[in-house]
Design a protein around this ligand. Structure first.
Ligand code: NAP
Length: 519
């Protein structure tokens, strides 16, 4: 029997009462560890976090809590090698792809430590300036933000066991709100290990950070009016969360990051020899292959001028042909595996659905695997699809295949391209490639209505840009509509979710005593 990972709740490590659900190496097929959350006293877990953890965190100032984030960074950095080993074994990712998750999480924590430090030694945040409520300045209204007196429950997706925890925990802990994380079962090991290291280092107050590994059963039932829940995963589970009584009846604040049909758009003035064309091709190939396309921000639809459809298909296909797929332990492998056999099956099913309305332009799905047994490993090479009639291919705008799959779509003019991008019904990110600054600026504003982030690549930023799919803590992560309607990160704006806004109406002398920092 493999090790049964413990849960950390109510300030104690507690084993689940069941035999546990096994986690696997998706390349070798071997069992790694097991998780189980059966028999936990969830009522005790939530009240301990809410009361003990919340009180201890709120007793600190923003600057002190920023110091806690800095201390977490040091703990995680000291154990980085172990995290890479777990990621290789449990997520099947090559080193560069593990870095996106592990170092991406540490970087995000570090950023919030810096931003939080600048907030200073205060316990509440100023929200705008005071305004007078009458003709005279005698009686005024000042909005402020105070930490919510609840717990933050995170229900996370399998593709980012590290970043998914820390990109949420950094603003929550900085806000003074305790965290209970429930990682996706398939990759819960890395999340659990990171929490274990932080707990063992003793850098956080008791109750500030808890982890429940295994079933989500009963977690939502524990939520009360001042708690918040932040969910990342499929639209279907998102709908279950949204309709739970905690949200529907008890007004628990909810953030949902769901699936997204992100696009990349080459502007009409490009030629097959232009820098913009090359930049698009490079980014598409990177987005299709990083983490085997298991990124919520990956490019799923590639919009190019109709005249460049064939050239784009050829250029992207040629680069994809150079991508080696297989065991991430082999240095020659560029792309590792999907997270599980179940995901491999889901990708194959999704490909079949897309193929009903799209042609195969490059097929890496049958390519030879390096150091991996195709009967066992959850590996699949990249597949580029294409639909010459982008309007008619509805399935391409509907079905997110969570793997190394993208579809090329030709457009007539820029208005048509923008209309096609909007067909994603709300996405996390779109990227634009061109050299005409005025046209790019206009398109960016039009696309902002349906995208949380618009990433514009001109030749001058070829080396400087941060990547279509890379989520930087400085910028908004989240998209309207189908993408879940969530809003994460965006610097200190992320603190909004963990705060309550109130207006204090009083004389200026009283307002001067609120001890506020500018948010
Ligand atoms: P999922 O099946 O919806 O699972 C997500 C999480 O919800 C897991 O922790 C899962 O636990 C839990 N869960 C499942 N059923 C639940 C229920 N009834 N109540 C409460 N929690 C429940 O999603 P997934 O397939 O793991 O994730 C892939 C999807 O996530 C993709 O569609 C991707 O686009 C999306 N995603 C979005 C973002 C973003 O930031 N927008 C980021 C990453 C991924 P178990 O694992 O134990 O079942």
């Amino acid at each position: 029997m493999t090790e049964l990972l413990s849960n950390y709740v109510a300030g104690r490590w507690q084993a689940g009462s069941g035999a546990g659900t096994p986690l696997f190496d998706p390349v070798l097929g071997t069992e790694l560890v097991r998780v189980d959350a059966g028999g936990l006293d969830l009522g005790e877990a939530f009240s301990f976090a809410r009361e003990t953890g919340g009180a201890a965190l709120r007793a600190l100032t923003y600057k002190q809590r920023a110091g806690l984030l800095g201390a977490i960074v040091k703990v995680l950095q000291a154990h980085r090698d172990t995290y890479y080993e777990i990621a290789t074994a449990n997520s099947g990712t090559v080193k560069n792809d593990s870095a996106v998750d592990i170092d991406g999480g540490i970087f995000t924590l570090g950023q919030y430590a810096k931003w939080g430090d600048a907030l200073g030694d205060v316990h509440a945040l100023r929200d705008g300036d005071a305004v007078k409520l009458g003709k005279e300045p005698l009686f005024q209204s000042q909005h402020l933000q105070v930490p919510t007196r609840g717990v933050a429950l995170f229900i996370n997706a399998f593709n980012f066991p590290s970043w998914g925890l820390w990109e949420k925990a950094a603003p929550a802990l900085l806000s003074g709100v305790p965290v209970i994380v429930k990682p996706a079962t398939a990759t819960a090991w890395l999340t659990q290990r990171m929490v274990r290291d932080v707990v063992e280092a003793g850098v956080l107050p008791a109750g500030a950070l808890s982890v429940v590994c295994g079933s989500s059963a009963g977690l939502m039932d524990q939520l009360q009016g001042f708690d918040v829940v932040s969910f990342t995963g499929s639209a279907d589970t998102g709908a279950v969360i949204r309709s739970h009584a905690a949200v529907a009846q008890r007004s628990v604040r909810v953030n949902i990051e769901a699936d997204s049909l992100n696009s990349a758009l080459l502007l009409p003035d490009a030629t097959a020899y232009s820098e913009a064309f090359k930049l698009l091709v490079r980014e598409v190939v990177r987005e299709m292959t990083v983490k085997s396309g298991q990124k919520c921000t990956a490019i799923r639809r590639i919009l190019v001028p109709a005249a460049l459809y064939d050239a784009a298909a050829e250029a992207i296909g040629a680069k994809l042909a150079g991508v080696t797929v297989g065991n991430p332990r082999n240095e020659s492998v560029r792309m590792g595996s999907l997270v599980s056999k179940a995901q491999l099956n889901a990708v194959r099913e999704g490909l079949d659905a897309l193929k009903a309305q799209a042609a195969v332009l490059y097929d890496g799905s049958q390519a030879r695997l390096v150091d991996a047994d195709p009967a066992v490993a959850a590996c699949i090479g990249p597949v580029l699809l294409g639909a010459r009639d982008a309007d008619a291919a509805q399935v391409v705008h509907d079905v997110e295949v969570f793997g190394p799959v993208s579809t090329l779509l030709p457009y007539r003019d820029l208005d048509h391209a923008i209309a096609l991008a909007h067909r994603g019904q709300g996405s996390l990110v779109t990227s634009l490639y061109g050299a005409d600054e005025a046209a790019l600026g206009r398109a960016a504003v039009q696309l902002a209505a349906s995208h949380g982030r618009v990433h514009v690549i001109t030749p001058e930023v070829a080396q400087a840009h941060t990547g279509h799919g890379n989520v930087m803590p400085h910028s908004l992560h989240g998209g309207p509509g189908r993408a879940g309607g969530g809003a994460e990160l965006a610097g200190l704006r992320a603190l909004d979710f963990y705060h309550r806004r109130a207006a204090v109406q009083a004389a200026p002398g009283v307002l001067g005593q609120l001890g506020l920092a500018q948010a």
